[in-house]
Design a protein around this ligand. Structure first.
Ligand code: URA
Length: 224
């Protein structure tokens, strides 16, 4: 995408409320942590990580939050994080990208009919956002959903992302329970879920590649 076009898209997204400003101050703890990162890690992006993908997305993948030396470094969701080494091949396998992922911001990767976002846009200490931060950042998730006119399926990675998505769509987490492979209709969309594709989950065998691909296969079937 030419730089000017990418900038226009991002400005449009910020205007719509789908992207936080670089110095977002909604979450004092995350703001302070990012200020500290700016001092300690000057080569990192160190800001709220914008959604990435196709503005005509039919599938929205909702992750948790940027990893400190992954998405927080590169400025693109799941890029440089171990979790991206499973997510991006899955997207390519099911035709949702041009398969050019090389874990670099300038790898030429483009998504097709899909977008990736995070329930929390800023890197949290120890990879763990607190409830108030997930709640504060939900406005951006809601706005992101609202600016995707062709959106049909949301794929939530992990319980935090699932619960925030359910609340965002007006559901109740006591009724819409998270589980790997769970599926239901909510707010005019199909909500699918998977265990998060973190290195911890894959190393412990909680999530296998086959299990993850099965969820993408289901998303593809729903969209076809
Ligand atoms: N990187 C992200 O951007 N999101 C996650 O959930 C994990 C790693």
């Amino acid at each position: 995408m030419p730089m000017i076009s990418a900038m226009t898209d991002l400005s449009a997204a910020m205007y719509s409320g789908a992207e936080p400003p670089y110095y977002c101050q909604k979450c004092p703890r995350l703001f302070d942590f990012l200020e500290d990162c700016r001092d300690r890690l000057p080569g990192h992006f160190n800001g709220p990580v914008s959604s990435f993908g196709d503005p005509k997305a039919e599938l929205l993948v909702v992750g948790l939050a940027p990893g400190i030396h992954g998405a927080n470094k590169t400025g693109r969701p799941f890029t440089g994080d171990a979790a991206g080494d499973l997510l991006y091949p899955a997207l390519a396998k099911f035709g949702f990208s041009n398969d050019r992922f090389e874990a670099r911001i300038d790898d030429g990767l483009a998504l097709n009919r899909a977008m990736i976002t995070n329930a929390v846009r800023c890197v949290p200490p120890q990879n763990k956002p607190v409830g108030a931060e997930v709640n504060s950042c939900r406005d951006y998730l809601r706005a992101q959903i609202d600016v995707l006119p062709t959106l049909k399926v949301l794929l939530c990675l992990g319980k935090v992302s699932h619960d925030s998505t359910v609340r965002c769509l007006g559901g109740k987490v006591a009724q819409q329970k998270f589980g790997h492979g769970s599926e239901y209709e909510l707010g005019g969309f199909t909500v699918l879920s998977s265990y998060h594709c973190s290195r911890y989950n894959t190393n412990t065998g909680r999530l296998t590649e086959a299990m993850f691909f099965d969820v993408f296969a289901r998303a593809k079937t729903l969209l076809n």
